[in-house]
Design a protein around this ligand. Structure first.
Ligand code: PHE
Ligand code: CO
Length: 301
């Protein structure tokens, strides 16, 4: 999510930079178009319908890397959110402060053609295609703002690590129930071709009903597909459980607990699908056989 470094040259005090849309090359626009076409074709039956609606409402279906000024006009009209450009990761409190003020920070750079399937750092495709469409959903929009406010508060409690796991397992890798089965809404999934299939269809990962304490204690992986996904009933329910609850006592209680490793089920889990974990176990076994081989995949693609 964020890391502490020094303010990049040319950045404002809030770490934002101009998007400088005119300087994108034809090749960079073509990379966006290629990624967009692939995801737009496979997502409609998999993603929560509001996401596809967001692509339309925000006119992200037009070719090329979106121009933030145009995007922001429509986004502002829908829910009062804005997208602002940054060079890369920003310090936690800067990130939270932007969210608390309904500004979503997005990288301005895009991956190269060689990185179509693999990328460690979040680029504009992940940040804008993955995160922005759902910001037209009024309740999800409120959740994102509340999360930012909660982040500023968690910083004062020394509990950022606990709250960051909630972001990971909702905003980045969340699944949601629907009348026609589970759907995707997490940006880390919907911006990744491979994980958009894996998260819903593969027998390997656990799919567990979201429980705040459980999520806050659960480790996550940034180097490969998730070993567990957490499922919400609705955005309304997510908002109610988070914004309207005082996390102070929860942080105090969880502070001393050791984290739960990925891939474990625990007594009390409301398990929707007990994963076989075969995908993760297979990767681990292969890595032991060939120790010098690095098995990597995007964490944010
Ligand atoms: N209500 C939480 C608190 O007391 C803040 C929060 C809201 C956290 C929404 C996450 C999401 O700190
Ligand atoms: Co993200």
């Amino acid at each position: 999510m964020a890391t502490d470094t020094v303010l990049p040259p040319g950045a404002a005090a809030d770490w934002t930079i101009p998007q400088d849309w005119d300087s994108y090359t034809a090749q960079e626009h073509a990379v966006w178009d290629q990624l967009f076409a692939r995801q737009a074709a496979m997502l409609p039956d998999r993603v929560v319908p509001d996401f596809m609606e967001g692509l339309e409402v925000l006119r992200m279906t037009r070719p090329g890397i979106p121009h933030f000024d145009e995007l922001n006009e429509r986004l502002m009209r829908a829910t009062g959110w804005q997208v602002v450009a940054v060079t890369g990761l920003v310090p936690d409190e800067i990130f939270f402060d932007h969210l608390a003020n309904r500004r979503f920070v997005a990288g301005r750079f895009i991956r190269t053609p060689e990185q179509i399937d693999y990328l460690q750092e979040p680029d504009i495709f992940h940040d804008v295609f993955g995160h922005v469409p759902l910001l037209i959903h009024p309740v999800f929009a409120d959740y994102m703002q509340a999360y930012g406010e909660g982040g500023l508060r968690a910083a004062r409690y020394g509990a950022i690590e606990l709250l960051a796991r909630l972001y990971w397992y909702t905003v980045e890798f969340g699944l949601i129930r629907s009348p026609t089965g589970l759907k995707l809404y997490g940006a880390g999934i919907v911006s990744s071709y491979g994980e958009s299939v894996f998260a819903l269809d593969h027998p390997s990962p656990h799919r567990i009903a979201l429980d705040l304490e459980r999520v806050m204690l659960t480790e996550y992986r940034i180097d490969d597909y998730q070993q567990n996904y957490f499922v919400i009933d609705s955005f309304e329910d997510l908002l109610r459980q988070t914004r309207d609850a005082d996390f102070g006592p929860l942080y105090d209680r969880l502070r001393g607990h050791s984290p739960i490793p990925v891939g474990l089920l625990r007594p009390g889990d409301r398990v929707l699908h007990a994963g076989t974990q075969t995908y993760a176990l297979g990767k681990a076994a292969a890595a032991r056989r060939i120790p010098q081989t690095v098995h990597h995949k995007e964490s944010h693609a």
